[in-house]
Design a protein around this ligand. Structure first.
Ligand code: FE2
Length: 186
């Protein structure tokens, strides 16, 4: 089994919440696509995108609802998924004997993947972009509309459209986001 599949297999039990078993393969696909045209190290980017949300497994559905979304967000609860995610990711990377220097960079990316708005490296830029691109897919859109029933399709589309320029670091991701929006609208 290749190393990324091995990491994904170990991560899967921690991804069975908040539809992360759907989010992660989709964002991993985006990361691979972005890596074709943007500068980055797949050995950092791919494990980071696989593992970045494992910490949600430590929060109940109730806690998760307060910890993300376009409305009022409980920053402490959101931070909790980053802190718990670091602990789990460190353990899983050790379990597969991952290169320690790369593991350190992966952990640094996971540690503040939501709370830090800037990117610390080319690799972080790609992880952040691949993570957010999920929101523009049909799976990401439906997931959001199911969780936040008071938000309409039109409102969510307008919000996503308004975020393309400020959310994405790479031109490749911006292009992919606009393409997804076109498909959702169609
Ligand atoms: Fe994510």
């Amino acid at each position: 089994m290749n190393i990324y599949d091995h990491i994904y297999r170990l991560a899967l039990p921690y991804l069975l919440t908040r539809s992360n078993e759907i989010h992660i393969p989709i964002s991993k696909g985006f990361a691979k696509t972005i890596l074709l045209t943007e500068q980055g190290d797949p050995e950092v980017v791919i494990p980071a995108i696989i593992l970045h949300d494992v910490g949600w497994s430590a929060l109940t559905d109730e806690m998760q609802l307060q910890a993300f979304g376009a409305g009022v967000v409980d920053k402490d609860l959101n931070r909790m998924h980053e802190v718990e995610g670091v602990k789990i990711a460190e353990r899983l990377l050790e379990e597969v004997n991952y290169n320690s220097q790369k593991a350190l960079e992966i952990i640094n990316i996971i540690d503040k993947h939501d709370s830090r708005l800037s990117a610390i490296s080319d690799n972080d830029r790609i992880v952040k972009d691949a993570d957010k691109l999920y929101r523009f897919t049909s799976e990401g859109l439906i997931f959001y509309l199911d969780w936040f029933e008071d938000v309409s399709f039109e409102e969510r589309m307008a919000w996503l459209t308004s975020k393309v320029d400020s959310w994405f670091f790479t031109e490749t991701a911006k292009t992919l986001a606009l393409k997804e929006l076109e498909e959702r609208q169609a």
